[in-house]
Design a protein around this ligand. Structure first.
Ligand code: NAD
Length: 363
């Protein structure tokens, strides 16, 4: 297989590229603009691999996207490039609309043009997989789960931009026949996660004995998915998913934020003992505007139809994640020192990132 992966220098994209290049032996062209969220160090283990190529480009650049397709001649596209941090979308939404909506449109048009000129045999097997989020469905009541037929109800600038891109992808399938698939997944975590998001931020703050800010009452529920399970799900959907379908991907691990934070504290206390328990560092801070209360995925469709199932429980996944961060400070230390140190983002009263309050999460 030859695939274009967009956003392959980000958190999930880099896990996907490592998996496809190393474990599956696929030919991969990684198309990434290299925003603040990108890190080519996450792909350093691929240096010298002849089946991996990188192209620095914006998915909103028509000419560059056309060249990417015509030069690389892919069998499929796995589209992950996006602005992905909810808090940043609250402070400044423009980039979210530009990349997530307009960029997806440019990519769809480049893919359509390329696909329409393929010989029939290759055109029949071409696939465009769009990677989206469960946040497009809005918030859930206790005991409810998102399925593939849940109505869209996006409530943040980020989720609204992702919902828009999902609709564009579906429209390109219905109107032009482009062979598309969509996945909507829950919150990912694992190695190489940029430290503005809940789990790596809390982990690194706790390691450095800094305050651990928790939004609101900390009882918001997120359904955690280990990133290496997720990339196998994406590959399964690209290979065996039914054209035009959407698949919800989740790890069957709905967990309250406060429980996640406490678990990280306890794991660190066991590995790097501190004179006082790290739970004492927890501080409840002003909630995020429009913070959705509960997300939980019902992954029955992908499990029964395609035979994929998350291998990691939340407990085994979070343990592996804590151990990875403890053993890989070469990766995260430069980011903490030079790119993002943990200032709070996304407060309504402050359109520019605030310097005073520490961020908790992006979930
Ligand atoms: P990320 O922010 O870590 O990485 C995004 C990557 O996209 C970066 O490498 C960035 O440089 C690149 N990018 C941004 N704008 C671009 C542009 N205009 N052109 C080319 N490249 C561009 O994101 P992630 O967490 O890896 O998420 C990947 C995808 O999965 C996104 O589409 C996101 O919406 C979706 N998703 C993520 C989660 C999660 O928990 N992280 C959950 C559900 C869905």
């Amino acid at each position: 297989m030859r695939v274009i992966v967009t956003g392959g220098a980000g958190f999930i994209g880099s896990a996907l590229v490592r998996y496809l290049v190393r474990d599956r032996g696929w030919e991969v062209l990684n198309v990434d603009k290299l925003t603040y969220a990108a890190n080519l160090q996450s792909l350093s283990s691929l240096s010298g691999r002849s089946n991996y190529r990188f192209m620095q480009a914006d998915i909103g650049d028509h000419v560059a996207m056309r060249h990417a397709f015509s030069d690389f001649q892919p069998d499929g596209v796995m589209h992950l490039a996006a602005e992905s941090h909810v808090d940043r979308s609250i402070s400044s939404s423009a980039e979210f609309i530009k990349t997530n909506v307009l960029g997806t449109h440019v990519l769809l048009e480049a893919a359509r043009r390329y696909w329409s000129e393929l010989p029939v045999t290759r055109g029949d097997t071409f696939r465009f997989l769009h990677v989206s989020t469960d946040e497009v469905f809005g918030t859930l009541d206790e005991g409810d789960f998102f399925t593939e037929t849940t109505a869209y109800d996006p409530r943040s600038p980020y989720s609204a931009s992702k919902a828009s891109s999902d609709h564009l992808v579906s429209a390109w399938r219905e109107t032009y026949g482009l062979p598309t698939l969509i996945t909507n997944c829950s919150n990912n975590y694992g190695p190489y996660h940029f430290p503005e998001k809940l789990i790596p931020l809390i982990l690194l703050n706790a390691l450095e004995k800094k305050p651990l800010p928790v939004y609101g009452d900390g009882r918001q529920v997120r359904d955690w998915l280990y990133v290496e399970d997720h990339v196998k799900a994406l590959t399964t959907v690209l290979e065996r998913g039914r054209i035009g379908e959407t698949y919800n991907v989740g790890g069957r691990a709905p967990t309250e934020n406060i429980t996640v934070v406490e678990r990280i504290c306890d794991l660190l206390d066991a590995r790097v003992p501190n004179e006082v328990p790290r739970r004492n560092l927890i501080r409840f801070v002003t909630d995020r505007p429009g913070h959705d209360r509960r997300y939980a995925i019902d992954p029955t469709k992908i499990e029964t139809e395609l035979g994929w199932r998350a291998e990691k429980t939340f407990d085994t996944g979070i343990t592996a994640t804590v151990d990875w961060y403890l053993n890989n400070d070469w990766w995260w230390r430069p980011l903490r020192e030079n790119v993002y140190s943990g200032t709070r983002l996304g407060l309504l009263a402050d359109p520019a990132p605030a310097k005073t309050e520490l961020a908790e999460n992006s979930v």
